[in-house]
Design a binder for this molecule. Structure first.
Ligand code: PMV
Length: 333
């Protein structure tokens, strides 16, 4: 049998940064995101999973080349977690293809782990079970639990494996919000998110970290209201507030996690200037130097032009609100 799934990354509006349980990825706070679909550049991650009777160990093929090293072990670990969880016993051949840089702060891990969970759910005939898919995706990468859904998605932290999963708040047709990503670097980050968040939880001043944790639920509530009313100013202010808090957490981590570059600072300055000119544009980052700017369709051109003028911007990726992970019929194997 063979199943192939396609999934997209997502950008957090309320950020996930830290686990209560690192193995199960039970987060310290709930989070909220928007699933992203590229318009001028696809942001697709495709995974095919094939069961082959004679296979004694999982086989992993990345962009046409078999991997027997670190990526292979990472995939096997994740597949084992899904097999344990569902009782599925067979070994599989995995083939993946992506259309964007993974490890660059574009949440590629969210797209890859959710695509794998979706394809796996296909193999066991459970694609309708979104809760199961979200739980399985979470085991691969926390933020992947949200990419199972399209639109605007909330990951409720829960307190155990069964209660920590995502739910869709509004689907991808609710509001035509746009995201312009200013790519500053496509290199993998020096400290991976999982390691960075572990350091933050361990070394940040306790009060700051608990303020960050406690701010999540009110922020989710306020952002949900802004989304309901398609209120870009309210959404944008809260998005930037969350990002500021996240930045403080990163800077107070030992060793300091400064994911930004000079270009990042420059873009943020330009976006603030756009607002002074009456353009509703709001900027934030992930655990990386790239900047995600939320705006409305009629302002995309102006925002893009302004950002492209900044020295150090490699490329801009224009996104709309994307759909969730789903099976497709074109197989990679
Ligand atoms: O899903 P992970 O384990 O790769 O963590 C990524 C977390 C951030 O992208 C930095 C924030 C978020 O909520 O997506």
């Amino acid at each position: 049998m063979i199943k192939t799934a396609l999934s997209h990354p997502n950008k957090a509006l309320v950020i996930y940064w830290g686990n209560e349980n690192d193995t199960l990825r039970i987060p310290t706070r709930s989070s909220l995101s928007v699933t992203l679909q590229g318009i001028n550049h696809p942001l697709d991650y495709i995974v095919s999973l094939r069961t082959v009777q004679s296979l004694e160990r999982d086989k992993v093929i990345i962009d046409g080349i078999e991997d027997k090293g670190e990526i292979h072990s990472h995939f096997v670990q994740y597949l084992d977690a899904m097999r344990r969880y569902t009782g599925f016993k067979e070994k599989v051949e995995v083939a993946t293809r992506k259309s964007f840089p993974v490890g660059s702060g574009l949440a590629g891990s969210a797209a890859s782990a959710s695509a794998l969970a979706e394809a796996f759910a296909g193999l066991i005939g459970k694609t309708d079970d979104t809760r199961l898919k979200s739980i399985m995706a979470r085991r691969g990468s926390g933020s992947a639990s949200r990419s199972v859904y399209g639109g605007f998605v909330m990951w409720q932290k829960g307190n155990n494996d069964e209660s920590s999963y995502s739910k869709q708040l509004f689907n991808e047709n609710h509001w035509d919000l746009r995201n312009v990503i200013a790519m500053v670097s496509s290199n993998p980050k020096k400290i991976k998110s999982i390691e960075g968040m572990r350091l933050s939880k361990k070394t940040c001043p306790e009060q700051l970290y608990s303020d960050f944790v406690n701010a999540a639920n009110p922020h989710i509530e306020q952002i949900s209201t802004a989304l309901l009313g398609s209120d870009i100013a309210k959404l944008g202010q809260l998005y930037e507030k969350e990002n500021y808090l996240f930045r403080q957490i990163c800077l107070k981590t030992i060793p300091t996690l400064d994911y930004w570059t000079k270009t990042t600072h420059h873009i943020l300055y330009k976006v603030a200037n756009l607002r002074n000119d009456g353009i509703p544009a709001y900027a934030g980052t992930d655990a990386g130097p790239n900047v995600h700017i939320f705006t409305l369709p009629k302002h995309v051109e102006r925002v893009t032009r302004t950002i492209q003028e900044v020295q150090g911007v490699l490329e801009t990726i224009h996104c709309r609100v994307g759909e969730g992970s789903h099976l497709i019929q074109e197989h990679l194997i």
